[in-house]
Ligand binder design. Structure first.
Ligand code: DC
Length: 236
């Protein structure tokens, strides 16, 4: 059997990371894990329970009450995230959560909580995980690291279309402000800021179709899988 690898996909908000990660996982029969969804679920819990982001003790106590899991949803053909046994897949995409999530994700204790679970999910390899610190912190030894980027105007348009489909009150300016704010906080926080790992391959998908980006990523993945098999065989 071919050895399975870890694929880490990082990049700015709304670059199409999750679309590519999901498609890659499907093609390779790997698990897809959305690390951003975990920070969003924690944010939802904090909003609902009015947890103050400056109260360290309250944050630590709250984390003890948070249980996050993923369950495959057959109808949706993908995993849904559960917060304390409640399916919150739709709720975590709400603008209220998007407005707060980068601040929540900048907190050290919350990152330690999420990263520990992410490492566990990937312990058997055969996984595609997307986020901001996957290639730098969660899986620094991932065999394939992709750093995605795209023109901000294109990202805003893509995100606006997605959000408008579920909420017709949203404006394109709101979406732009939110993306710019999140990129800024994610790149400038103290703990595990968004960075391209030294050994990551950059994919700028401003003018790529989904099919083109998948083809490219699959080619990279197959090269890494092949190289990984060779190393494993040589070791034996
Ligand atoms: O990928 P997303 O937009 O759903 O992520 C939501 C937020 O979570 C994003 O603004 C930054 C944060 N995040 C993070 O800090 N580290 C990750 N590995 C994934 C997401």
């Amino acid at each position: 059997m071919r050895q399975r690898i870890i694929i880490a996909i990082d990049g700015y908000s709304s670059c199409g990371k999750s679309t590519l990660a999901k498609q890659l996982a499907k093609e390779l029969h790997y698990i897809y894990a959305d690390s951003g969804a975990m920070y969003r679920a924690v944010t939802l819990y904090f909003l609902r329970n009015s947890i103050q982001l400056t109260a360290k003790k309250q944050i630590k106590e709250a984390l003890k009450d948070i249980h996050i899991s993923f369950e495959f949803n057959v109808d949706a053909g993908k995993s849904h995230i559960f917060l304390n046994d409640e399916n919150v897949e739709l709720m975590i995409r709400d603008m209220l959560v998007s407005e707060k999530v980068s601040e929540v994700a900048a907190i050290k204790e919350i990152r330690e909580f999420a990263v520990a679970q992410q490492k566990k999910i990937g312990q058997n390899k055969g996984i595609v995980m997307d986020g901001r610190d996957i290639g730098t912190t969660v899986f620094p030894h991932a065999e394939l690291k992709i750093f995605m980027t795209a023109d901000i105007t294109v990202r805003v348009e893509r995100r606006f279309k997605e959000m408008y489909a579920v909420n017709q009150n949203i404006t394109i300016e709101e979406v732009r402000r939110n993306l710019e704010m999140r990129d800024y906080i994610d790149s400038n926080r103290e703990v595990s800021p968004l960075r391209k790992a030294k050994d990551a391959i950059v994919m700028d998908n401003t003018s790529l179709t989904m099919a083109q980006q998948l083809k490219l990523a699959l080619q990279w993945a197959n090269e890494k899988i092949l190289a990984n098999n060779k190393t494993t065989i040589e070791k034996i």
